[in-house]
Design a protein around this ligand. Structure first.
Ligand SMILES: [Zn+2]
Length: 207
């Protein structure tokens, strides 16, 4: 009887500590953008209204870039696909080359998405870009020499350009201006969730 009680107590303690651990991990995951908002106030406050269905990386991307837009999300998705395709850890084991019409925002916002997704940054000098019509990410995994080329589907670019033209017919509206453009926000969220095969093509090369 006594033993039974002890086993019950041990199970209770284990379940209790697991629950506490799960809660604290969960809180850490959300904390950056919810409960700990006050301690994050040292950072600039992005233009962003989170939605429960947003993927967990989206608030991080918006914190880095400053607003939600289709181009920055597109860059993230392509960069993420390229990094995963060659099994790179990111940051230091990659060299990234971006192609696209990136002379100025909003298209150039793509480059911020790629930096966050690959960890290759202008500060580390392991990312560069070159003018091209169709956006693409070329990523090399330095330890193995494996290369991934991820190219966006033309219809996705056409959709972004068309939506932007419809949404902001008044020229001279500054990039990232408030109020948030709902159509472009919706498109950004659509690009965040769209299936890889509908968003880009992927080529792999092994040396
Ligand atoms: Zn932007």
């Amino acid at each position: 009887m006594f033993l039974k009680h002890r086993i019950g107590l041990v199970i209770l303690l284990v379940v209790g500590s697991l629950w506490t651990l799960a809660r604290s991990v969960d809180r850490q995951a959300q904390g950056m953008f919810t409960e700990d908002r006050a301690s994050m106030a040292v950072l600039p406050q992005p233009h962003y209204e989170p939605k429960p269905e947003d993927p967990p990386w989206l608030p991080v991307l918006v914190q880095f870039h400053g607003h939600l837009g289709p181009w920055v999300v597109l860059g993230f998705r392509l960069g993420e696909a390229a990094r995963k395709a060659v099994d790179a850890a990111g940051y230091f084991d990659v060299e990234v080359y971006c192609l696209g019409p990136f002379e100025k925002p909003p298209a150039a916002c793509f480059l911020d998405g790629v930096q966050l997704a690959t960890g290759a940054t202008w500060g580390k000098r392991n990312i560069a870009w070159e003018l091209a019509e169709i956006p693409a990410v070329k990523l090399t995994h330095l330890p193995t020499g494996r290369k991934a080329v991820v190219t966006v589907r033309r219809e996705v670019v056409d959709l972004i350009v068309k939506t932007a033209n419809q949404s902001a017919p008044q020229s001279g509206r500054p990039h990232g201006a408030q109020p948030v453009d709902k159509k472009l926000d919706d498109l950004a969220r659509q690009i965040a969730r769209i299936k890889p095969e509908e968003l880009f093509t992927l080529e792999l090369a092994t040396p």
